[in-house]
Design a protein around this ligand. Structure first.
Ligand code: GTP
Ligand code: MG
Length: 197
């Protein structure tokens, strides 16, 4: 798929205030600092469309980006960031779970996971939540440039084995790197195919 235009439309913390357009949308979620905003920039080929930072907790709101004037990419705040205030620290912020449970335009989510670490409890809990709510999602492993090819395959497979302890089947997954654009075509192809359904 060719991305011709990518525009920031709005940020907010209320699902009710998200764009009214009935256009398909794809949301990016995962632990703070896992690379959600960077992935959006990589996919759209824009350096600074979504704001990124080396410090976790950069994205704080629901951000809608209109692509090719007919679908949205949605950047969300991360979960699992210990240094946010106590009230905001609830495992998954309410406006994020509201987004997933109420946003009818959501076609599919991408749950981002950093392959360098052992499976983390908070990510497994989030995947469990998505499964329980029946929200369609794929896993996106990020920062592949930081691992050797063999380790990428080994860790991704280990992750799937971990999921199989509680899941009957494993979700589809992508291997990506925002610095080398690995996985770009695959993720865009997935969006293209599900967009037409
Ligand atoms: P929050 O908005 O805080 O939840 O974080 P985020 O998930 O949006 O992460 P963000 O895109 O801001 O990236 C966090 C840090 O990881 C930044 O320093 C990025 O440069 C770095 N980063 C993101 N993706 C990659 C990647 O594929 N490879 C490498 N090497 N670094 C990456
Ligand atoms: Mg972000």
């Amino acid at each position: 798929m060719i991305i011709k235009t990518a525009e920031f439309i709005m940020s907010n913390s209320e699902v009710a205030k998200c764009p009214k357009d009935i256009l398909p949308e794809y949301a990016f979620i995962g632990r703070s600092n896992v690379g959600k905003s960077s992935l959006i920039n990589m996919l759209t080929n824009h350096k600074n469309l979504a704001k990124t930072s080396g410090r976790p907790g950069k994205t704080q709101l629901i951000n809608h980006f209109l692509i090719n004037k007919n679908w949205f990419l949605v950047d969300l705040p991360g979960y699992g960031y210990a240094r946010v205030s106590k009230t905001a620290k609830k495992k998954f912020q309410k406006f994020i779970t509201d987004y997933f449970e109420k946003r009818q335009q959501l076609v599919s989510a991408f749950v981002l996971i950093d392959l360098r670490h052992e499976p983390q409890k908070i990510d497994l809990e989030f995947l469990e939540y998505m499964g329980e709510k029946g929200i369609p999602f794929s896993i996106v492993f990020t920062k592949a440039d930081k691992l050797k090819p063999k380790a990428i395959v080994r860790n991704a497979e280990a992750y799937m084995q971990e999921l199989l302890k509680t899941w009957e089947e494993t979700p589809h997954y992508f291997i990506t790197s925002s610095t080398s654009a690995v996985g770009r075509d695959e993720v865009l192809h997935h969006i293209n195919v599900t967009n037409q359904e």
